[in-house]
Design a protein around this ligand. Structure first.
Ligand SMILES: *Cc1c(COP(=O)(O)O)cnc(C)c1O
Length: 468
């Protein structure tokens, strides 16, 4: 198994190389050169396995022999041992045809832990074998930063620096980052906006000397291994609900398209997925794309579901690659013109192909609060705003015959967004025990000006000087 770039001009890489590379050198995203196939018998044989066993079976073909299976199984087991539920990602029936898959039982209460907890361990394993270390740097406006910090903390092959805009992240999200007391974790509160943080990040990666000196790396959502880890729970849900004998549909609150793309991948691998519903907030580039066949860039609007406040969903490029029949040159041209004109029309055939599988539905903040209230009234379940968007989109787009269950992915614990939940229901969701003392823990962050030189000097000074 090798990985190729969606832009067709970077060398094909093995699994561990694609893991460390993140983005391809031609600006593309890595995808497997072909999809591993699971027959009906293969899928039947997954039933009754626990999450870790199932995860190892589903992911093994993606490794291409680069990590011995016993080592990989140990990493997977360790990654999910810290989840707060015996089922790791429990499935709960919500109504006659809707199930909720709770992906938020990891250390930071959001679905990103499912992939990130494995990613941190994979990085550490591969770097250790190579005798290398990396500096991971990221910019965050919310969930990604804390998930990355929890995944990389206390690993002596990694230093991690996370930039967040000073005073512009929620208190829960800030504290989840700044209360991690680990010598390889550095929180930088930038005197600026999230866009300033992202610009600093880009400038660091464009500074070739700094990049090489620090061995910079990223764990953002374009990393292939994150998609791979997310494919697993689509299999787990489908098997629990009767696959391969019965088809399933999924509803996914979507920002960067990483989560729902993993569902697409599962389908390409042979899982009978009938429908993928994309739920979006007012930043609705994807639902507009499904409605019109055109992608257009608009400015980002802040909403009650901040982890979906994204205009350009980077992982869509992986879907487009398949829609363009894996012609990297053609896609590369289309993406360049998209960057130039802020507009991409994919053509009727590709649009129709996308619509055969995907549906999209948009909720603004008022709709989102209403969805939280409605689900609470009908089932007693408190949903966070992201999850509520997925559930409501699933209800709105349900278009198949009644035998197909709709699995809505619950991407955050309601206690992570208590204000919105309280506004909608009058109830303040309780923080799970593991984070009950979050507001009493000491915080650690360094406030720096929005100045590349200053941030770079800070990073040079603080990182652990390893032997490499
Ligand atoms: C990141 C995130 C999303 C969006 O997931 P994508 O993979 O970016 O589409 C949805 N909900 C929550 C809570 C998230 O943290």
């Amino acid at each position: 198994m090798r990985y190729i770039s969606t832009r067709g001009a970077a060398p094909a890489l093995a699994f561990d190389e694609a893991l460390l590379a993140g983005l391809a050198r031609d600006g593309g995203l890595y995808v497997p050169e072909s999809w591993p196939q699971f027959s009906a018998a293969d899928i039947r044989s997954l039933s009754g396995l626990d999450y870790v066993e199932l995860a190892v079976r589903v992911m093994a073909p993606f490794l291409g022999g680069r990590i011995p299976e016993a080592d990989f199984a140990a990493l997977v087991e360790d990654a999910y041992a810290g989840f707060n539920h015996a089922a790791v990602v429990p499935l709960k029936q919500l109504d006659g045809r809707t199930w909720l898959m709770e992906l938020f039982h990891g250390p930071t209460l959001a679905f990103k832990d499912v992939a990130m907890q494995l990613l941190g361990r994979l990085f550490d394993y591969v770097l250790r074998r190579r005798g290398e270390r990396v500096t991971i740097v990221g910019a965050t406006s919310g969930d990604t930063g804390s998930a990355a910090i929890e995944a990389c903390r206390d690993r002596d092959t990694i230093d991690i620096f996370i930039l967040h805009p000073l005073g512009r992240v929620s208190e829960v999200q800030r504290r989840q980052m700044t209360t991690v007391d680990s010598p390889n974790v550095w929180n930088i509160a930038v005197e600026g906006t999230f866009d300033d943080c992202q610009d600093l990040l880009k400038a660091m990666f464009n500074d070739a000397q700094f990049r090489d000196e620090m061995n910079l790396s990223a764990v953002n959502s374009i990393n292939w291994a994150r998609v791979m880890a997310q494919v697993v729970y689509y299999f787990a849900a489908a098997v629990a609900l009767g696959a391969p004998e019965r088809a399933v549909a999924f509803a996914v609150p979507t920002g960067n398209f990483g989560n729902v793309y993993a569902g697409y991948a599962a389908r390409e691998m042979g899982l009978a997925i009938d429908q993928l519903v994309i739920g979006s907030n007012s930043n609705d580039v994807l639902t507009r794309f499904l409605a019109t066949g055109q992608m257009t860039i608009e400015s980002v609007r802040p909403t009650l579901s901040p982890s979906m406040d994204i205009q350009v969903s980077s992982n869509v490029e992986r879907l487009l690659f398949d829609l363009y029949e894996r012609d990297g040159v053609a896609l590369s041209k289309a993406m360049a013109s998209f960057r130039r004109n802020g507009r991409l029309a994919v053509g009727d055939d590709r649009w129709r192909a996308a619509r055969a599988l995907f549906d999209g539905f948009r909720l603004d903040d008022a709709d989102t609060l209403q969805a939280i209230a409605e689900v609470y009234r009908q089932s007693g379940e408190l949903l966070d705003p992201h999850t509520a968007i997925g559930v409501a989109a699933g209800h709105a787009c349900y278009r198949r015959h009644g035998a197909v269950p709709m699995v809505a992915l619950a991407t955050a614990h309601p206690a992570k967004f208590p204000e919105a939940v309280e506004r909608a229901t009058g109830l303040r969701p309780a923080m799970p025990n593991r984070l009950a003392d979050l507001f009493g823990r000491p915080e650690r962050a360094d406030i720096l000006p929005n100045d590349l030189r200053v941030v770079q000097a800070f990073m040079r000074d603080r990182r652990t000087k390893g032997g490499a």
